[in-house]
Design a protein around this ligand. Structure first.
Ligand code: MG
Length: 389
């Protein structure tokens, strides 16, 4: 291992609060924290973060208490990313801030909710959860006296916006620039993206088995999980199945994490970026899987897509969830006065500025902010005449 890995603290390639492109509205520096710690703390205190507890990851919140929610998913992403961040001498506070915020813009009911809302918003500029996460931290949180949103640092906002179409990138100014110029984001943003996939691939295997929608024979057929199952069975031939599953899942996280650390360490050593600016100008992403692991994790991801996300039980729930959101959207768009007064006023304001597009955006903001149970309840309140309130 070469000398650069022995030194303490972040390397020259890491995000650096001293070199930050700053906040949209400048503020005095925090007394006891780095700027990125302040971002992390603002995210944890915001109301969109607390709502993650009641939003679907794959299984709708009321299907069972042991399944991952958006909140526990977020914590798993964060914990995986911090391990990798420290090993690669990235900025751990920035890594943490990006990971904690990465799913703030998710609708209720997971991907089914996002697809339904995107469908509803098709003629009004569409709906995309990455952009919505940014909208939450830039505009929608109303907590501070001097600004809307959380006024986060550029680097945290950059990390939250992991994908973006060129059309939207043009409206985002400096933040959208990298999608137009095709340059890279900082390493902490690159990492948050991969840590997200490590977390969901592993916990969806666990949740899918728990729900009885996947079985171990299927996982035995895949290269990655098959190898890990063999290893656990060899070491512990009598192990009961719940522990067998967990021993496999922890190895799965461990292997993916180790592969990203080793592969990225070599990439950083080869590229020797002298600053976060050099990382951004680099031709390729430096945080990545090895080719072999990338192939294996893709096989697992495709398997989960076919067997879990499209399983008829998940599909039926997703279809119901989609219908609920579409009906909510239509009713609220037809009469924005059905929304609570604050959201109603906001939608009117947006309508004055952007016409029908603005009105629809106000409705989408309201719906995207709902938890699963709030959306179900609001649907009942609007459509069931027996409900008094
Ligand atoms: Mg995620």
């Amino acid at each position: 291992m070469s000398g650069i890995w022995q030194q303490p603290g972040p390397g020259p390639w890491a995000g650096d609060p001293q070199l930050s492109r700053g906040r949209r509205i400048s503020e005095p520096a925090p007394a006891y924290r780095t700027e990125y710690q302040r971002d992390r703390d603002r995210i944890i205190h915001c109301s969109a973060f607390r709502r993650l507890e009641y939003k679907t990851q794959v299984f709708v919140n009321h299907e069972g208490d042991l399944f991952r929610t958006r909140l526990t998913h977020t914590l798993e992403v964060c914990q995986i990313a911090r391990t990798i961040s420290r090993a690669l001498r990235l900025h751990e506070d920035l890594t943490e801030a990006i990971c904690l915020a990465h799913d703030l813009g998710h609708t209720p009911f997971g991907h089914a909710g996002q697809d339904a809302l995107h469908d509803c918003m098709r003629e009004y500029g569409g709906f995309e959860h990455n952009l919505q996460s940014l909208r939450v931290v830039d505009i929608l949180e109303e907590r501070y006296a001097e600004f809307d949103g959380l006024n986060l640092c550029f680097e945290t906002r950059e990390g939250i916006l992991k994908h973006c179409s060129i059309r939207h990138a043009r409206d985002l100014g400096e933040l959208g620039r990298r999608f137009i110029d095709r340059t890279q984001p900082g390493l902490e943003a690159q990492l948050a993206n991969l840590a997200d996939s490590i977390a969901y691939n592993s916990h969806d295997v666990d949740d899918g088995l728990r729900a009885g929608l996947l079985d171990l024979d299927q996982l035995q057929e895949l290269e990655l999980t098959g190898r890990l199952l063999n290893e656990v069975r060899r070491m512990h031939p009598q192990l009961e199945s719940r522990r067998l599953v967990y021993e496999m899942v922890r190895r799965l996280i461990g292997e993916l994490v180790a592969d990203v650390i080793e592969t990225s360490r070599q990439a950083i050593e080869t590229a020797q970026p002298e600053s976060p600016a050099a990382v951004r100008a680099s031709d390729e992403r430096l945080i990545r899987y090895s080719e072999a692991m990338d192939r294996q994790q893709r096989e697992l991801k495709e398997f989960l897509f076919r067997q879990l996300y499209r399983h008829h039980r998940v599909y039926r729930m997703a279809s119901k969830a989609g219908r609920t959101l579409r009906e909510l959207f239509q009713a609220l768009l037809d009469d924005v006065a059905l929304m609570p007064p604050r959201q109603h006023a906001r939608s009117r304001e947006l309508e004055q500025r952007d016409g029908a597009k603005g009105r629809a955006r106000g409705v989408a903001d309201y719906i995207a902010g709902m938890t699963d149970r709030f959306a179900i309840d609001e649907h009942e309140r609007l459509f069931d005449p027996r409900r008094l309130t």
